[in-house]
Design a protein around this ligand. Structure first.
Ligand SMILES: *[C@@H]1O[C@H](CO)[C@@H](O)[C@H](O)[C@H]1NC(C)=O
Ligand SMILES: *[C@@H]1O[C@H](CO)[C@@H](O)[C@H](O)[C@H]1NC(C)=O
Ligand SMILES: *[C@@H]1O[C@H](CO)[C@@H](O)[C@H](O)[C@H]1NC(C)=O
Ligand SMILES: *[C@@H]1O[C@H](CO)[C@@H](O)[C@H](O)[C@H]1NC(C)=O
Ligand SMILES: *[C@@H]1O[C@H](CO)[C@@H](O)[C@H](O)[C@H]1NC(C)=O
Ligand SMILES: *[C@@H]1O[C@H](CO)[C@@H](O)[C@H](O)[C@H]1NC(C)=O
Length: 821
């Protein structure tokens, strides 16, 4: 702790010196390899290749047909057919940045993609058996203490040549890598010393919550990329940004550590509509090599708090508590919105992942639960592997000792400070102690479900200290509820495991999904997803009531939906056939639920496994979409991904998935299109017992729809009961959903609107005739142009009216009055 504080103090001085002066490296070699001319790139000049044209074993290669977007630097390359080197004289010893640009092309008989080679600096091999398929920059941060540095390129294997398009060697700012203050993360966190003697290779440089930054935007000509591809649960995070340039005077960072833009954006916890008090982590995952040491540098700048000392959060790396109760106000010496960075040294384990999480600390007051991250860099320690095994062990124990003895005093001071602070807060907080129930009220209002179960569910809320625990249900209670998982209570099964019908102590009926016991990997993500999903309440989505994670069990508890899967009511189970109106209402309700998933509170949740068995009907035939969102978690939860192909949801799967290996919200639209045909034709999505051309319902029905003869294949119970205009609208809607390319498919909102319209067409009567059994006076006209129903749908979620027993016509009339365009 002392070291960290010293570190920040000394940096404060440094940052004063650096302030406003842009960085000018003393050594600055930028080589446009293979080119006889200078190239200007992002305000810098890469000079012509100093290699003499005739040098043995060396060729200047020029791309004669470069793609138009190819930068000048990448249109030439230096090719060596034997081990050869560049040497640079070094004016200032110390940390340098060394970058190699490789961008393969084909010219003069060389296919640069085929090169297989190594690169070493001063005899230290940085890149082994390098093989480059796409343009790449490999960056190293390393000490260079000699007067001359030699960079050797050598072909390996039988490739016979090697190449490079550009080289950068320049002096790094003195404070870029410091020898003290880094934290070695493990069961105990201790200081990691002498970081600057490590050779570091940049793997990730992330502008969290922000946009891509080019060398043009960065003082050290670095690239930064957005974080979204690494964020585990996007809906848990919310972007924050400020227009004020950061105040570098308080914290430890300088403009050279990271540019303004990194500190001006962040991701924070998405607690917008969440229940106040819910605690969860934001997690990013980065694939790395297994079993090697990494420097993880995290950048922070409190752009989310209105004042000092409001934000307290924890940082976890690979599941270890790497830094508890981070208080940016202290780290930034009481300057708000001042950039700070913290270095962590971690071993990647055999999972080949580095997980970075930030989550609220116990010091956060219940009204100020938040955690942020502005930027992250991950660098591999090229010559240190296995920090924890072997060499690391002995040193570590010494560090622990040093840290304990020296750090003790400062830690004590800090602890006292924190304690006093906490005490102050506690005092203020004392009163709202029974806030527990108040905290939960919005949930029920938000849920808007008019059914009586909601109020009963309140009793389920176990008196946890924060929202997170309310969902936990003890294993014992679930045993009781399901008569110890009585086989006769099984109502379904899936890749996840068995589903049991159960009754909780308060007589709430629930569906209990018990994961295959013993498979509990990915628990943190599981919990995060649970936390988000538990906050989703919508009339047309099956709500998660709770979960249990005791004794190697992973159990999800859902509200029980009386009449079960839609599929059973369509065919094969002998239930009375549903009327066309009922079917339309079921489709509309399901579409509304999905639309909400895609655009509502926790935006961007893709269901991934829509099928008629995942749409459940309650006692009034109100549809509720089940099984959404649990997608990326532990092994048994990721089944949806696999199951779509393996478990027989095949007929529903987006064909684009095969091309792009990625499910999107438009994949849901595709699957929903198949469900629409299933509802119309009352037959399974895939039926192996029929003629080959009929096996796949989606394809087969689409053919009939395109021929304009859809009525020939509809459920015989519906023959003569559907108005042609309604059928036409319905068929067109399903057809659009099944478009080959996701981009051509409508959004769930459009689908919803079109289905509403199909229902309206079915219900409409010739002018003058009074609508019967309908107490809402609304003009029925056929000349409505689609509006955007999303606003209505959202209102519905917020004001709790979503419960309308498919109050379709009401919504529809709103559509016409509010959105009639
Ligand atoms: C490249 O730029 C350097 C200065 O940066 C200059 O001295 C040199 O003459 C230029 N070379 C060519 C070929 O333009
Ligand atoms: C590169 O050369 C090494 C050494 O001969 C060989 O083991 C490796 O497979 C080669 N890599 C590729 C991609 O050809
Ligand atoms: C760290 O660096 C100091 C001086 O730079 C040196 O005396 C010490 O031996 C180094 N420690 C390790 C573990 O390399
Ligand atoms: C890493 O490599 C550098 C450069 O060769 C060397 O100076 C340093 O001592 C090495 N560090 C470790 C921990 O092996
Ligand atoms: C970053 O630089 C690019 C030019 O490469 C510029 O277009 C962009 O606006 C800059 N972005 C920011 C955030 O300054
Ligand atoms: C956040 O993640 C850490 C490490 O995985 C875990 O120990 C902690 O319980 C998580 N916190 C919450 C609120 O989920």
């Amino acid at each position: 702790m002392d070291a960290v504080n010293l570190h920040f103090l000394s940096l404060t001085l440094l940052s004063l010196l650096h302030f406003s002066a842009s960085f000018t490296p003393s050594d600055n070699y930028l080589i446009n390899c293979g080119s006889p001319s200078n190239a200007s790139v992002f305000n810098r000049v890469f000079s012509a290749d100093p290699y003499e044209p005739g040098a043995a074993g060396s060729i200047s290669l020029t791309d004669r047909n470069p793609p138009p977007s190819s930068p000048a630097l990448y249109r030439t390359a230096r090719v060596f057919t034997r081990a050869s080197s560049y040497t640079f004289s070094i004016k200032k010893s110390g940390t340098h940045l060394v970058r190699f640009h490789f961008s393969p092309f084909v010219a003069q008989g060389f296919d640069l993609k085929a090169a297989n080679f190594s690169v070493s600096v001063d005899g230290f091999v940085l890149l082994r058996e390098l093989h480059v398929r796409d343009s790449v920059i490999r960056e190293f941060v390393m000490r260079i203490d000699a007067d001359v540095v030699e960079i050797v390129f050598a072909p390996v294997g039988d490739s016979g040549f090697c190449y490079v398009n550009a080289i950068e060697v320049f002096t790094a700012p003195e404070d870029l890598v410091l020898d003290y203050g880094a934290k070695l993360v493990g069961a105990n966190v201790v200081e990691y010393k002498n970081l600057s003697s490590q050779v570091l290779e940049t793997l990730y440089r992330i502008n969290v919550g922000g946009s891509k930054l080019t060398p043009f935007n960065d003082t050290l000509w670095r690239d930064w990329v957005p974080d979204v591809d690494y964020l585990v649960l996007k809906s848990a995070a919310k972007r924050a940004s400020t227009t004020h340039t950061p105040n570098y005077q308080g914290g430890g960072a300088t403009r050279e550590i990271a540019p303004d833009n990194v500190y001006m954006t962040a991701q924070e916890m998405n607690t917008d509509k969440a229940i106040t008090g819910a605690k969860f982590n934001l997690t990013w995952k980065f694939p790395v090599n297994t079993n090697s040491g990494h420097l993880v540098r995290l950048h922070f700048c409190d752009i989310v708090s209105p004042a000092l000392n409001l934000l307290y959060f924890n940082v976890y790396i690979n599941g270890y508590a790497a830094y508890r109760d981070v208080d940016l106000s202290v780290l930034a010496t009481n300057v708000l919105a001042s950039p700070v960075y913290i270095d962590f040294v971690v071993d990647s384990d055999s999972s080949g992942m580095i997980d970075i999480s930030v989550g609220p600390s116990d010091l956060s007051g219940s009204m100020r639960i938040n955690a942020i991250l502005n930027g992250a860099e991950i660098m591999k320690m090229v010559n240190a592997s296995n920090l924890r095994a072997g060499t690391g062990r002995k040193k570590r124990s010494i560090w622990i000792l040093v840290a304990t003895v020296v750090g003790g005093f400062v830690v004590l001071c800090f602890a006292i400070g924190v304690f006093l602070l906490a005490l102050k807060r506690r005092k203020k907080k004392l009163k709202p102690q029974p806030a527990e129930s108040a905290v939960w009220t919005p949930l029920h209002v938000y849920g808007g479900s008019s059914n009586s179960r909601t109020s009963e569910r309140t009793t389920l809320v176990s008196p946890g200290t924060n929202g997170y625990h309310f969902l936990k249900i003890s294993f014992a209670e679930l045993q009781l509820a399901t008569n110890n998982f009585d086989k006769s209570l099984i109502v379904g099964s899936g890749g996840f495991g068995m589903v049991y019908k159960g009754v909780l102590k308060d007589n709430t009926k629930v569906a209990v999904k018990r994961g295959v016991p013993g498979s509990r990997q990915g628990l943190p993500e599981f919990q995060t997803e649970i936390t988000v999903l538990s906050q989703i309440r919508h009339h047309h989505l099956v709500s998660l009531v709770g979960y249990c994670e005791e004794q190697s069990e992973m159990i999800l508890v859902y509200e029980y939906v009386e009449k079960g899967p839609l599929k059973k009511h369509l065919y094969g189970s002998g239930f009375p056939p549903l009327s066309w109106k009922q079917r339309l209402e079921i489709c509309i309700g399901s579409a509304r639920g999905l639309h909400y998933l895609h655009t509502g509170f926790a935006q961007g949740i893709i269901h991934r496994d829509i099928k008629s068995t995942n749409i459940l009907l309650d006692e009034n035939y109100v549809p509720k979409v089940a099984d959404f969102g649990l997608s990326r978690s532990g092994p048994c939860l990721s089944e949806t991904h696999v199951s779509t192909a393996v478990k027989g949801s095949f007929g529903y799967l987006d064909p684009e998935y095969f091309r792009r290996q990625q499910l999107t919200d438009k994949s849901d639209v595709y699957s929903f299109g198949v469900v629409l045909f299933e509802v119309l034709c009352a037959r399974p999505a895939v039926d192996p017992s029929v003629d080959r051309e009929q096996v796949n319902l989606g394809e087969w029905a689409l053919e009939w729809q395109k021929k304009g003869m859809l009525e020939k294949i509809i459920d015989r119970h519906l023959v003569g009961k559907i108005k042609p205009s309604s059928l036409k609208k319905f068929g067109e809607t399903a057809e659009k959903c099944l478009a080959e390319y996701g981009a051509d498919r409508p959004t769930m909102g459009d689908v919803l609107w079109n289905l509403e319209y199909a229902l309206q067409l079915q219900e409409s009567r010739p002018r003058g005739e009074q609508p019967q059994g309908c107490d809402i006076n609304e003009p029925l006209t056929n000349s409505i142009v689609p509006g955007d129903p999303s606003t209505n749908v959202r209102t519905e979620g917020n004001d709790g009216n979503g419960s309308s027993e498919i109050n379709t016509s009401l919504v529809f009339s709103q559509l016409m009055t509010n959105d009639g365009r």
